[in-house]
Write a protein that binds this ligand. Sequence first.
Ligand code: TEU
Length: 539
Amino acid sequence: MLTKYKNSTVYQIYPRSFCDSDGDGVGDIKGIISKLDYIASLGVDVIWLSPVYKSPNDDNGYDIADYKAIQPEFGTMEDFELLLSEAKARGINIIMDLVINHTSDEHEWFERAKAGEQKYRDYYIIKKGKDGKLPNNWGNFFAECPWEPFGDPANEEYYLHLFSKKQPDLNWYNPDVYREVVDIMKFWLDKGVIGFRCDVINVIFKESFANGKKHLALTGKEHYLSTDGCHNILAALRRDVLSHYETLTVGETVMVDLKEAADLTLPERGELDMVFAFEHMECDQIGVKWFKTKFKPKKLMRILTKWQEGLPWNSCYFENHDQPRSVTRFTKGGEYRAIGAKMLLGLLFSLRGTTYVYQGQEIGMTNGAFESLDEIMDIESHNVDEMAKGLGIINPFRWKLIKKTSRDNARTPMQWSAEENAGFTSGKPWLKLHPNYTEVNVERDLRDKDGVISFFKEINSFKKSSEIMKEGSFKELHRGKWVYVFERALDGEKLTVICNFKDKAVSYPMEQKGSRVLSNYEGEAKKLRPYEFVIIKNN
Ligand code: TEU
């Protein structure tokens, strides 16, 4: 933990789906600027901006064609600079997405590699197959084959891509790749961004290209997850770039365990400030994320406690652009949508660590209302459907899996008002809006004194004003089938946090001493009410 920004509230914007200023159905930078007052009113300190770089959009911007140019449908570099200065004028800093495991295949480097320039060939991982066999047996995050023929198939050369075939992996053995990334990071830091969310950062360095141990989806992962080479690169980036600025870095670290997360964030190693771990996001699945099981709150509680107690500082999040919406996932929704959304926000802000929220979470947006795969845009969902088809899984079942888990669930346009297209665009939204926008929208929520936003502001400012919430220790007091109780403590002062995950009243698991300082309900009742959240100050 190195950053002075650790007590910030971070708000993630997925630009495509946030606010469209020019009617093309795609969100843009001017749209974000028009909402800065709103974002500031939430008490947000930092915006994490998902990629706005030039991209052919195979993976919505996570396939970058030019790291120093803005995607034309999002605006211009002038727009970006205006966004930065307007945000700063409101006390808001920006971190960008740094996607350096791969580029787009339409990046100039890859195009020059294909044109035969040796210098750029060495930017990518190109290996020989043999007698019709691929270079190794690895799997791929997007259910594709990770090896794609490079050039003339007769040469049996392939390039590695752990994600889509339009996202060739960079060769981190090459010092030129390192130098390019140093240059890119400085370019944006010099413009005034304060740091980066580092995309799949713990997979960038492949230690070996040997065959991997058989795994359901990611055979070969032991050769690239959190390798020593990756640690070295991160330490070097700190030394050569980050240490010259005041920054906030958060690594998206797939499949990390406590030990790896600790290693990646140990202050003496100087690598990342913090990481996004995934274990709690996997609490309702078997094996891979497509096989969802019934949500059992107790399992979520167990994992939260494990990370709270096991890591000095967490990046706390329940949502992002890759995950289904938390209110759909972890509550019954329906009539309990708003109260459930508040309970989850209460819990999130009460955990020890930096709080990250995703656009729309502050109004309790729900999973998309897609009716068939035709309405889904995400490449991953389409690939998984293909793969499942290949495995002989029949359609109603395939769609059932995808509908629940598709990343598009979180990517539906932001619901600003009950007006046409939810006030998101005057054109045709790029992705189907959720029809519940007439009920669930920012304008309406703000008018409601019991709105989710007003609770969001309350818990956010409570956290900011409380040293115990910011710096205090975490201790689990009770983990039941429905009720989670933990304590935050600092210098002998204590707060008890209680969350009810049930849509019915349940008894308090233990006697409560002290005064209620914050809750998602008015007054007090003998029992915990459905999805009740309460913080008690112990005197
Ligand atoms: O995601 C990495 C990642 O492993 C998953 O969260 C991914 O979304 C997928 O569900 C794996 O099954 C990051 C970005 O957040 C994601 O949007 C990108 O598609 C991906 O990297 C590639 O850049």
